[in-house]
Structure formats: structure tokens, C-alpha cells
Design a protein around this ligand. Structure first.
Ligand SMILES: Nc1nc2c(ncn2[C@@H]2O[C@H](COP(=O)(O)OP(=O)(O)OP(=O)(O)O)[C@@H](O)[C@H]2O)c(=O)[nH]1
Ligand SMILES: [Mg+2]
Length: 462
């Protein structure tokens, strides 16, 4: 049986590496399960410090992250690393290099390294990265580094998901630095001049200082400039000291809280837009648009009014749009439950006359019943006899006489099914799974929901 979402969530919260990796893959693939799991891990997020590191290709970002991670490991902190590669969805070359470079980190249980490549729009990657950060955060990482290449608009997008962003530059860039100026100033909380072993490092520092002098930074937010040699680790201790100082001052001034709040605001707006778009899109795909188009062509209606009509046709309650309206899948009728006064008497008909074979009887204390299951093809009939005069089956028979008591439907993931039903406002008898006959996990819906029929959801291992 596949692992359920609750298992996956539990795994992530217990820092289980496979669960963390799996959930990030689900996020990359935009699977509906990912969103369900993200909902559940959210309360456990907001603890990690997220540090973005960006800069031109080959500036030494990965090398610096590697050294910073080792520095943090010596202090007993756990570290998550996400390398985002927006440019090459296929090559993965840089990532492969990182793997080799970070081979010793990769086997350290206190470090989780993950690369993420674009599988569509960069916007999508940006949010997938943000969600992956949440997974590492909930998975208990103290610090999370997010590495991206470049200092363009895309990187600004991704940097917005970080608490603090390092921009890495190297000597010898020449005019390129001018082109990057805007990005550098906009997103850099700290400027790192790496490859300081090369000629021109001091000149670059001066150039950057001049750029900062001309910009509108208040004193408190003026980025520090730190020289490093990634390959030898020179300056790493100092760089970390500066990062820590900045985090501490951002925390004290409330800036960190503000940034995080702003991030969540952006996220809500973005999710809202995505969902709304899906609704409108699904409406647009419908044939009524063709009809509307006809009318627009004939000038019977104008495009503005047409869109108003589309919007008006959207139901007021549109939730659960991830992956379509319906996520829950009913596999089959697990069994039909029939309330009987006497098992022995009922079996004399079902076994002796109909020729079905009971798989044995079982007492379910919890529900005050003794039951017999009789397989019928791919499904079963369950006969239920009350063990006490006041049990639910006894009461049912008192009220309605012997007869069909419930229909049990098989689902793969009971928790997910219940969560979905709750979200859709369906009345439930059991809001949490409980154990039924044969060790199955079950939950009853309110008979009102099934239009007068008591429905049971069943998840069982086969
Ligand atoms: N001389 C010198 N070389 C360095 C320094 N830091 C890193 N390098 C080398 O620069 C090359 C690129 O380093 P990476 O860490 O892969 O750079 P990156 O910015 O992560 O590269 P991409 O992810 O491909 O953009 C490697 O060969 C490093 O060994 C440094 O301070 N001095
Ligand atoms: Mg790299």
C-alpha cells in the first residue's frame, strides 16, 4: 500500500530524509497530495532561518554554501541546502558538480541537499522553492540555504523567499557589474566578494562601496561587504559573523518579522490568484464560452459583459481546486452491512440457501456487535448482530427492523478523504478514523450526507 499523507507528514516532522525528499518531489510535480501535506506541516514552519545566495555563474556560490554549512555543522546546527537551477532543466551539470563537491556533506545526517530545476514557468519554480523551504523548515533544519544563479528579476523573485540574501560577486566582472547593479542593490543584504585570492578584489570592493554610497540605503540596512576565498575557507568565519549580526539586528528591529509577514502576504495573494485563475480557466474551457464567442462575433454581446457573465457563473464556494474538484477516489464497495437479530439465523439463509461462505465471526467491542463477513466476488456482505440490548444495531432494528444498515466504500487514504469531506462541509459521524472489524480503519458519514443511507469509508491493507 502506498504511504498515506499522514505518514508522509509524520515523516517530515520527524526529519525523515526520505519523507522530506518525497514531499519535495510531489511539490515539483504539483501533485494534489503535496498541497494537502503542505497544509498539515505549515504549523511547524517559521523556525528556520532562510538564507538566499545568488550571483553570476561560477562565482563560487556552491563552494561558499558548502563552507558555511560545514561551519554551522561544527556548531551543531542542522542545515538544508536547495540549489535552484532555473536555466537548465535538462543539463543538471552544475548540480552534478555540487554533488561531487559536497559529497562529504551529502552523507552527513544533519545536512539535507536538494536541487530543483524548472519544470515550467519560473514563477512556478519560485513557489515550488518556497514550498520546498517549508518542508525543510518543518523537517527541523536550523538554517536553509537557497542558491540561485544570476542577479536578474527571476532571482529577485526567489530571493524574496529568503530572510536574508547574499549576493556573491567575483573580481574581473568588468561591465557586468554595472548591469547587475540594480539587482545587487535591491536584493543584497550582504555582498560577498569571493575569489579574493584573485587580482582586483580590493578594486571591486571599492566599486561596490561607491555604488552603495550613491544608493539610498539607510545606515542600518547598508549591506556589509565581505571578502572570501571559497576554496580555502578564508573569510568564512567572518562572513558567518556578519550574517548572524544582520539576522540579530533584523530580529531586534522587527524587520525580520516584517519580511516574513510580507512573504506570507505575497503567498496568499499568489495562491488566491492561481486558484481564481483555475476557476476562470475551467469555465473558459467549457462550451458556454464558444456560445459566448459566437455572440461576441455577432456583436450581440461585448467582451466585457461576456467576462462578467463568466464570473457570475462561478459558484460562491469554490475550494479544493488543486488537481480538480475531486481528489478522493472511491475504489469499490467494500461491503454491505446488514443488521440482523440473530447471526445464526441469518447465516442459515446466507450460507445454506445462498451458498455464501462466512469468513468467520468477530466481536467488535467498540460498536457492541458480533459480525460475520461473507465474501461476494470482489466485495462482501457483513451481517451484524448486537451484543447488547442498547447497542447501535439493536436500536437500529428497534426503529427500522432488520435490514440494510450501511454501505462501506473503500478508499486509499482515509485521513485525506476525511480532510476533504470536512473541507467541503460534509456532516460526519467520525471526524477521525477508528478501527472496525478485520483491523480495517473506518469512519462513518452522517446518514443525511448519503441521502438517508449510512455510509462508511474503509481503508484496509490487502
Ligand atoms: N580561485 C578561486 N576559485 C574559487 C573560489 N571559490 C570557488 N572557486 C572555484 O570556482 C568554481 C565555481 O565554483 P562554484 O562553487 O561551483 O560556483 P557557483 O557559483 O556555485 O557556480 P554555478 O552554480 O554553476 O553558478 C569552482 O571550480 C570552484 O572551485 C575562490 O575563492 N577562489
Ligand atoms: Mg552552484
Amino acid at each position: 500500500m502506498k504511504t498515506s499523507i499522514s505518514d508522509l507528514v509524520r515523516g517530515v516532522l520527524q526529519s525523515d530524509r526520505r519523507s522530506i525528499a518525497r514531499l519535495i518531489t510531489l511539490i515539483e510535480d504539483q501533485e494534489p497530495e503535496a498541497f494537502l501535506a503542505l497544509k498539515q506541516i505549515f504549523p511547524a514552519t517559521g523556525r528556520a532561518y532562510v538564507i538566499g545566495i545568488t550571483g553570476p555563474p561560477g562565482a563560487g556560490k556552491s563552494t561558499l554554501v558548502d563552507k558555511l554549512a560545514k561551519h554551522l555543522r561544527r556548531q551543531g546546527c542542522s542545515v538544508g541546502i536547495i540549489a535552484v537551477d532555473p536555466t537548465s532543466p535538462f543539463s543538471g551539470g552544475a548540480i552534478l558538480g555540487d554533488r561531487v563537491r559536497m559529497a562529504d556533506l551529502a552523507i552527513d545526517p544533519g545536512v539535507f541537499i536538494r536541487s530543483m530545476a524548472s519544470r515550467g514557468s519560473l514563477g512556478g519554480l519560485s513557489w515550488a522553492t518556497a514550498d520546498a523551504v517549508k518542508v525543510l523548515d518543518a523537517g527541523g533544519m536550523d538554517y536553509i540555504f537557497v542558491e540561485t544563479v544570476g542577479v536578474g528579476q527571476a532571482e529577485v523573485e526567489i530571493a524574496r523567499h529568503a530572510d536574508l540574501t547574499l549576493v556573491t560577486l567575483v573580481p574581473g566582472l568588468g561591465d557586468e557589474i554595472q548591469a547587475m547593479k540594480a539587482g545587487v542593490l535591491e536584493i543584497g543584504d550582504l555582498l560577498v566578494v569571493n575569489k579574493a585570492d584573485r587580482e582586483g578584489a580590493d578594486r571591486l570592493v571599492l566599486e561596490l562601496e561607491t555604488m552603495l554610497d550613491l544608493s539610498r540605503h539607510e545606515n542600518s540596512s547598508r549591506p556589509a561587504i565581505v571578502k572570501t576565498v571559497g576554496t580555502t575557507g578564508e573569510g568564512i568565519g567572518f562572513l558567518w559573523k556578519k550574517i548572524e549580526e544582520r539576522l540579530i539586528s533584523m530580529k531586534a528591529s522587527g524587520e525580520l518579522a516584517n519580511r516574513r509577514k510580507e512573504r506570507l502576504r505575497q503567498e496568499v495573494l499568489e495562491i488566491w490568484q492561481r486558484q481564481l485563475w483555475q476557476v476562470i480557466d475551467s469555465r473558459l474551457a467549457g462550451e458556454n464560452v464558444d456560445r459566448l464567442l459566437e455572440r461576441i462575433v455577432k456583436r450581440q454581446i461585448d467582451p466585457y459583459t461576456a467576462v462578467e457573465q463568466i464570473l457570475a457563473s462561478i459558484p460562491p464556494r469554490f475550494k479544493n481546486l488543486w488537481g480538480g474538484e475531486l481528489r478522493m477516489q472511491i475504489r469499490k464497495i467494500d461491503h454491505l452491512g446488514i443488521a440482523v437479530k440473530s447471526l445464526a439465523d441469518a447465516l442459515s439463509f446466507y450460507e445454506n440457501i445462498l451458498g455464501l461462505k462466512s469468513a468467520g465471526t468477530e466481536v467488535v467491542e467498540d460498536q457492541k456487535v458480533k459480525v460475520a463477513f461473507l465474501p461476494v466476488g470482489d466485495s462482501e456482505i457483513e451481517l451484524l448482530e448486537s451484543t447488547t440490548a442498547d447497542g447501535p444495531i439493536a436500536k437500529f432494528i428497534e426503529k427500522k427492523g432488520e435490514g440494510l444498515h450501511h454501505i462501506a466504500l473503500r478508499v486509499d487514504d482515509l485521513e485525506a478523504a476525511l480532510a476533504e469531506l470536512k473541507e467541503k462541509g460534509v456532516r460526519l459521524i467520525d471526524t477521525e478514523p477508528r478501527y472496525g472489524a478485520g483491523g480495517a480503519r473506518i469512519a462513518f458519514l452522517h446518514p443525511q450526507a448519503g441521502r438517508g443511507v449510512l455510509l462508511e469509508l474503509t481503508e484496509r491493507q490487502e
